[in-house]
Design a protein around this ligand. Structure first.
Ligand SMILES: *Cc1c(COP(=O)(O)O)cnc(C)c1O
Length: 350
């Protein structure tokens, strides 16, 4: 830290992304990326767009927004595109947090960081002992409510009825449902958008569209909320999505079959992995995402993380009273998960 940093940021604990080590080749199961590359048409579209990089990208993202809107059965005015969904989350934390923000104690770590960055009053609500969320804890909070569904790093979901109950019981505030993993399980809140003017759904191309490196996310809501988010966007970074990413996203939406099959594979490998781990004595939370959250009796999560790393496999460990026994393991290709499971068994049998 230099002596010039504004003191309001001095004590901020920034988000710590999963490691992307360059020193050697690991089986990388630590950041919930897709194990499959995007189809060739996506890279081709991005390369073609690269030929016109002297021009600014379309700040309104018209073509991609139109296509995505048709795909989702909403209007183009119901969508804002963002530089990864993290940016959409940041915009929402800026726009709708006048009354503070409410989120669970075990959830996506960036919510805490955005709350601290914008110096918001945070209401952190513990999940139940089994990591499920109690909807009654979220009634009429008078603050922005942020819920990841499926949740990270647990992989657990809440039902559409519970989402609606929370949205309906918070007429004074925005309820943000972060659906980063919705293509791997759970029911989307999208059908509720037409009915509720306080619901904001945030999604990403990073996980189920194999585009983590392109940085493309979006938010869906009634036009009023989207207008508010645009106000923040045009006050910070009007060209927030670059032209190569716009082209890649457009091509990706056209490749529905490829992604349907890839995501189905990931789900099948997830279930196979969970079953074999349970058969070997691991506890595995029922996952609706492209990762699993698991622990082994008598083992500390940090210890497991280190043993896997020594064996050339990267997983994620989250320190903290409720999560430190666990590791989060992204679902890789079948062969990678075979190696992971064999390694897991040899670590705990030693
Ligand atoms: C990965 C993730 C995001 C962020 O994804 P982007 O790459 O910024 O689109 C947002 N929310 C949750 C819960 C995530 O796991």
């Amino acid at each position: 830290m230099s002596r010039f940093l504004d003191e309001k940021y001095a004590s901020l604990d920034a988000y710590v992304p999963g490691e992307q080590p360059q020193d050697k080749k690991y089986i990388k199961l630590n950041t919930n990326e897709s194990p499959y590359p995007p189809p060739p048409s996506v890279a081709e579209a991005a390369a073609k767009a690269a030929a016109s990089l002297q021009l600014y990208s379309d700040p309104e993202c018209c073509e991609l927004r139109r296509l995505l809107a048709d795909e989702l059965g909403v209007g183009a005015e119901n969508i804002i595109l963002s530089n990864g969904s993290d940016e959409a989350l940041n915009f929402a934390f800026m726009a709708f947090s006048g009354g503070g923000v409410t989120f669970a104690d075990v959830t996506y770590g960036f919510y805490r960081v955005f709350a601290d960055l914008h110096r918001l009053q945070s209401h952190i609500i513990p999940l139940r002992a089994d990591f499920t969320l109690s909807p009654d804890d979220y009634v009429d909070k008078g603050s922005l409510i942020v819920i990841a569904n499926p949740n990270a790093p647990t992989g657990l979901v809440i039902s559409l009825d519970d989402v609606e109950y929370i949205v309906k019981s918070n007429p004074r505030a925005v309820v943000l449902i972060d659906e980063a993993y919705i293509d791997f399980g759970g029911d989307s809140a999208l059908p509720l958008i037409k009915k509720y003017d306080n619901l904001l759904v945030v999604r990403t191309f990073s996980k189920s569209r194999s585009l983590a490196g392109a940085r493309l996310g979006y938010a869906i809501a009634q036009a009023g909320l989207i207008e508010d988010l645009n106000k923040i966007k045009y006050s910070t970074n009007p060209y927030n999505v670059n032209s190569m990413t716009l082209a890649a996203g457009y091509a990706a939406i056209k490749e529905k079959e490829y992604y349907t099959r890839a995501n189905k594979d990931i789900i099948a490998v997830r279930e196979m992995t969970a079953k074999r781990l349970r058969d070997s004595g691991f506890e595995v939370l029922p996952s609706n995402a492209n990762f699993i959250f698991t622990k082994y009796p008598g083992f500390d999560g940090k210890m497991l993380y280190t043993s896997f790393k020594e064996a050339g496999i990267l997983v994620r460990h989250f320190p903290g009273p409720r999560t430190s026994d666990f590791i989060r393991v992204s679902i890789g290709r079948k062969e990678e998960m075979d190696t992971f499971i064999n390694t897991a068994v040899s670590i705990v049998k030693k």
